[in-house]
Design a protein. Structure first.
Length: 176
């Protein structure tokens, strides 16, 4: 472009600011999926939309891993947070419990994205299999799983796990 790289910093504070501007542009262009009216299903659909939007942009998930990230988002991205919080409240949660539900889902979602991103194409411990020579008497289940671990761990179980997680979080509404 014929300009020095530092010229960019006359328009943005730092790299993180630049990435947030890029994230806002991306969120502004994302189509809004139709969300179900049933609160549990709305929570799940919104969380899957967040997951799907970030799974290919892991750098975006990385910059959103600090508390207070909600203030850094544009309304184009916040509406999915609103959908999850509203779904939790509509399921009987107090507002503070609804925030807990969102934060729990957020941690699960970002954790899944980052673990998969950091694991992709990397040679991990034992090629992500159970190590040879485990003590069958002390660790019988792990020893029995053995070579099955890697293909089982590679399965995309996000949506299935999310459904179970949401069901567990919402079941606590009646017990807390």
């Amino acid at each position: 472009m014929g300009i020095a790289p530092t010229t960019l910093y006359h328009h943005v504070k730092d790299k993180e600011d630049l990435l947030l501007l890029l994230l806002h542009e991306y969120a502004d262009q994302m189509p809004r999926p139709e969300l179900p009216s049933e609160p549990r299903n709305r929570i799940i659909a919104a969380a899957i939309a967040i997951h799907d939007a970030l799974k290919d942009w892991t750098w975006a998930a990385e910059i959103l891993t600090t508390d207070g990230f909600l203030a850094r988002l544009s309304d184009s991205a916040r509406w999915l947070v609103e959908a999850i919080v509203a779904g939790a409240i509509d399921s009987g949660c107090s507002p503070s419990r609804a925030v807990y539900v969102f934060r729990s889902i957020w941690y699960y979602t970002v954790g899944e994205i980052l673990v998969r991103a950091h694991s992709a194409g990397k040679q991990s411990f034992g090629n992500d299999s159970v190590p040879d020579g485990l003590s069958v008497s002390q660790l019988p289940r792990l020893a029995a799983i053995g070579d099955q671990w890697a293909p089982l761990a590679a399965q995309d179980t996000y949506a299935e796990g999310l459904r179970a997680f949401v069901d567990g979080l919402l079941a606590q509404v009646t017990t807390t």
